[in-house]
Design a protein around this ligand. Structure first.
Ligand SMILES: [Fe+2]
Ligand SMILES: [Fe+2]
Length: 275
């Protein structure tokens, strides 16, 4: 196993006042709904990931990896619960997303029921590869600078912890199988599902605002995917890195980004939390 820096579980509880503006990210409907879509999507993905990782935990014999897996699970369950707190605000703003959430939950449930544990571990590892890239985009490009302070803190904390624990799911997969084909299949399935559902969520929320004729929406869309944050290109390049047989997430040069945020947060006294 590659050395994993110690992962901390931090005491954090976000409150989101009812007064938060509808377009809380620089008054941009597109950028706001991009992150709102993640807020709707991530809790169930993280619960799915934890469910899968916990199934593998009894089979992990590496004494260094075990506590890191427990910390990973504790971090992801905190992310899921803290993002869910903002659902109440979105409902108060009039958004309907029950059908969307139920559909996404059905996907993760079917994967759990019908996919092998090995394939699901590969999907989790591939999904974590994408979330750490999105964390880099959010933290590098100052995307969050104009955000409402509570939501800015939520996404900065989450992004930084995604980078902090980016090695764990890959290590768990490697401990279960070295099958290269399964690893690649997991990357493809997870990235298609996550990017597809994320875009569906954005469309759903913009549709409810009837924002399709707004030029700024299209400008922000093009900036995010192609010209400024360039997530589409970065996801393809990052996927090609993942496809190298010698790839390991510790090769990513992103720890300084996380350290800037995590340095200001205190660890939980009982870290890592017990499962
Ligand atoms: Fe997370
Ligand atoms: Fe994660």
């Amino acid at each position: 196993m590659m050395a994993i820096s110690k992962i901390q579980v931090r005491p954090i509880h976000f409150r989101f006042p009812d007064t938060i503006e509808r377009y809380w990210l620089g008054d941009s409907a597109y950028n706001t709904h991009l992150l709102n879509s993640l807020t709707l999507l991530l809790p169930d993905i993280e619960r799915y990931m934890n469910h899968i990782i916990k199934q593998q935990l009894p089979h992990i014999t590496d004494s260094q990896l075990q506590p890191q897996v427990r910390a990973f699970v504790a971090q992801e369950s905190q992310h899921a619960s803290q993002h869910t707190h903002f659902w109440k605000n979105l409902q108060q703003q009039g958004y309907c997303f029950d059908g969307y959430v139920r559909y996404a939950q059905g996907i993760w449930r079917r994967l759990t029921q019908h996919g092998s544990l090995i394939l699901n571990l590969a999907i989790v590892a591939g999904g974590e590869h994408l979330t750490s890239l999105m964390a880099e985009v959010i933290l590098t490009k100052r995307f969050l600078d104009p955000a409402e302070p509570n939501l800015k803190a939520l996404f900065e904390w989450h992004a930084a912890e995604e980078i902090e624990h980016q090695v764990v799911a890959f290590e768990v997969l490697q401990s279960a199988t070295r099958n290269y084909g399964v690893r690649l299949l997991g990357l493809v399935i997870s990235n298609l599902l996550m990017l597809g559902l994320m875009n569906w969520g954005i469309i759903l929320l913009l549709q409810q605002d009837k924002k399709w004729s707004d030029r700024q929406v299209w400008q922000n869309l093009m900036q995010f995917w192609f010209f400024k944050e360039k997530l589409l290109f970065r996801a393809i390049i990052s996927g090609l890195h993942y496809a190298r047989p010698s790839f390991h997430p510790s090769q990513k040069d992103n720890q300084a980004l996380a350290a800037r945020v995590l340095g200001s947060l205190a660890p939980h006294p009982n870290s890592p939390l017990r499962l």
